[in-house]
Design a protein around this ligand. Sequence first.
Ligand SMILES: NC(=O)c1ccc[n+]([C@@H]2O[C@H](COP(=O)([O-])OP(=O)(O)OC[C@H]3O[C@@H](n4cnc5c(N)ncnc54)[C@H](O)[C@@H]3O)[C@@H](O)[C@H]2O)c1
Length: 316
Amino acid sequence: MKVLVTGGAGYIGSVVAQQLLAQGHEVTVLDNLSTGHQESVLTGVAWHQGDISEAAEVLDSSFDTIIHLAAKSLVAESMKHPERYWHGNVVASLGLIEAARAANVPRFIFSSTAAVYGNPVTDLISEDHPTAPINPYGASKLAIDHMLAAEAAAHGLAAVSLRYFNVGGASGSLREQHDPETHLIPNLLKVATGESPHAQLFGTDYPTADGTAVRDYIHIKDLARAHLLAMEWAKPGTHEIFNLGTGVGSSVREVLDTARTVTGRQIPVIEQPRRAGDPAVLVASGQKAAETLGWVPEYSLENIIADAWTALPDSD
Ligand SMILES: NC(=O)c1ccc[n+]([C@@H]2O[C@H](COP(=O)([O-])OP(=O)(O)OC[C@H]3O[C@@H](n4cnc5c(N)ncnc54)[C@H](O)[C@@H]3O)[C@@H](O)[C@H]2O)c1
């Protein structure tokens, strides 16, 4: 297939592009490098440095699929500057959907998020869990899910929203490089390399086995593979949602212990109070993705941390 990957210079998009190329697909990357990295743009892709608002200049009817990962995705920023999320995610994605319609691109795979569910009312989150985002980031992603559902119904698009939970690991040298980095594993590894003196552990009094928050970690290679399966599966006139989870959570302390074992480093942490808006447990049921797409995660938490560690230039 001929595929446009928006955000293909970013963490997840670059690995999606890598797997598409490995399976013989023709890949075009559109990315404005606002948070992405030139070195993550792979040899073999058609590279357009630009904003998704310029998608109409790139797309034509020879494209089979858009995989749309480009977004603004910092929860705290979205609380402070919500307008950036309405413009950068909602308005920009509407423009992309319209460009897809104008160019007759039949398939659209979208990076949605666990943030659409807000505070979970069940420990294991399936796709029919109520959506009630508690920040503009989650609300902006949910709006795009709704747009895709309506576009599929009205204009026959084959659309899939993949809702990610906690993603980690690396694929070869393609690794997580967010700035600011808000994710636990890369922050622990920064301490392991000596880049940071200590990590922060938020909340030790949650109603969980060891008192720390529990999350569902997926390897980037497993996550990226779900996009290819969704692309093959997508059906005209339907919008389907899949949660990408393992159904099993790991606590912050378990992640910390695994990171200490994998790196052989101490990784000092400072214990802090809970952060507002952080639920105790956030675990996704991957049952629908397994049954419908045949997607079953292959990698463990240890694999995730080991690959992230190996990919760091200063892990030796
Ligand atoms: N990383 C996670 O844990 C996680 C969890 C849930 C959902 N997501 C979603 O996955 C997607 C990818 O996340 P990531 O972690 O790879 O982030 P990232 O910041 O590494 O990648 C996003 C890419 O999109 C590009 N981009 C942003 N706005 C753009 C625009 N207007 N035009 C063109 N390019 C633009 C950036 O330059 C960057 O390369 C995002 O949509 C994010 O909301 C990520």
